[in-house]
Write a protein that binds this ligand. Structure first.
Ligand SMILES: Nc1ncnc2c1ncn2[C@@H]1O[C@H](COP(=O)(O)OP(=O)(O)OP(=O)(O)O)[C@@H](O)[C@H]1O
Ligand SMILES: O=P(O)(O)OC[C@H]1O[C@](O)(CO)[C@@H](O)[C@@H]1O
Ligand SMILES: [Mg+2]
Length: 340
């Protein structure tokens, strides 16, 4: 079989490890041939396709980013499934492995509905895909955020300041919850759980009164009850969605105004997505890659590989894209016991 690989949506540590896993097992066990589709769905509609021999994927499991490049270009703005099929026919590509988040997997499902042979691999640092217990990239993002918060705590303590840290998480607070718990944050604010201004200031003041330098971790998608998410009004992403960011600054101003405690904000941003994947993410991504090429070989079209417990399984793309995995309130409450 000739198989095309693409990575779409935001990048994520572990993408290259998936590519390596697919190509190495596909070459050794099934003798498939591989091509790389450059820049996500853009390369598929613009016919930007390169050979992907096994030599090209050597040593890739520890390399951040994606050797194929990525984008948020929609194939449906550029000829849709018809154009995709035309390009696949030209290159005699039998099947696609689409590696991406909820958007990419939704497109993969739409391709499948139109008869294109496709298997999905879930990626996102946000860990918000419900059909899999974990996505690769999350462990790395949490490690980066945790180390950063640990560093911010020592400078906060030196100056008796409150330190606010804004982490990624557009719709869910998994990174904030895990990094906040790991670093012993005094407040964790996530999109799923409404918290009032008074409550935030109360926890900060309490931590200060105990002689601690308060640490507040806030997910970019958090907003105070009844308010819109903080967005950069000048910018939108390629899908026209507002680029989030600014809640860390808002919380910082609030704390200073209401408590008088000197407060600083740090927005970690894309530091959480760049660089080498953790060993956990390398292993999970490699397992997803080798399982994806098994699924292609078994012609399990319209499915996605997923982690359930410690096993890699195949799930229907339709189920995989039906709902986001949000943080259950009781898990946030486990952490909240120790706030303040
Ligand atoms: N509902 C949809 N219908 C058609 N195309 C979509 C849809 N959702 C997303 N896409 C397309 O799929 C691609 C990837 O989507 P998106 O940019 O949301 O990334 P993702 O895979 O969800 O990763 P991330 O977690 O970084 O958002 C983009 O090219 C986008 O144009
Ligand atoms: O800057 P970009 O690439 O548009 O992506 C930002 C978004 O990507 C994510 O990291 C992953 O979906 C979100 O948490 C964040 O809102
Ligand atoms: Mg998306």
């Amino acid at each position: 079989m000739k198989i095309g690989l693409l990575t779409a949506g935001g990048d994520c540590p572990g993408l290259n490890a998936v590519i390596r896993g697919v190509v190495l097992k596909g070459d050794r066990i099934y003798e498939h041939e591989f091509v790389g589709i450059k820049g996500g769905f853009r390369g598929l509609v613009q016919d930007d396709i390169v050979p992907l021999p096994r030599q090209r994927v050597r040593g890739l499991s520890k390399v951040g980013g994606t050797i194929l490049g990525t984008s948020r270009v929609s194939p449906f703005d550029h000829g849709g499934t018809e154009r995709v099929q035309e390009v696949m026919d030209k290159h005699q590509i039998d099947a696609l492995v689409a590696i991406g988040g909820e958007g990419t997997l939704t497109v993969a499902r739409m391709f499948h509905d139109d008869g294109i042979h496709v298997v999905g691999v879930p990626k996102t640092i946000d860990n918000d895909l419900s059909a899999t217990d974990r996505t690769f990239g999350f462990d790395t993002a949490v490690s980066v955020a945790t180390e950063s918060i640990d560093r911010l705590r020592t400078t906060g303590e030196a100056h008796s300041r409150c330190m606010v840290v804004e982490v990624m998480g557009r719709q869910v607070g998994w990174i904030a919850l895990h990094a906040g718990m790991a670093s012993g944050a005094h407040v964790i604010l996530i999109p799923e759980v409404p918290v009032t201004r008074e409550q935030v200031c109360g926890w900060v003041q309490h931590a200060m009164d105990r002689g601690r330098a308060p640490v507040v971790v806030v997910a970019e998608g958090f907003s105070f009850p009844g308010e819109e998410q903080q967005a950069d009004t000048r910018q939108a992403d390629a899908l026209g969605r507002p680029r989030l960011g600014g809640i860390g600054e808002q919380v910082t101003r609030l704390i200073e105004e209401q408590t008088g405690i000197e407060t600083r904000n740090t927005t970690l941003g894309h530091l959480q997505r760049g660089g080498v994947p953790s060993s956990y993410d390398r292993v999970l991504a490699t397992r997803f890659g080798t399982a994806a090429v098994d699924a292609v070989s078994a012609k399990l079209w319209g499915t996605m590989v997923a982690l359930q417990g410690i096993d890699i399984v195949n799930v229907n793309l339709r189920d995989a894209t039906s709902a986001l995995k949000t943080v259950p309130r009781d898990q946030w409450e486990e952490a909240a016991i120790l706030f303040g």
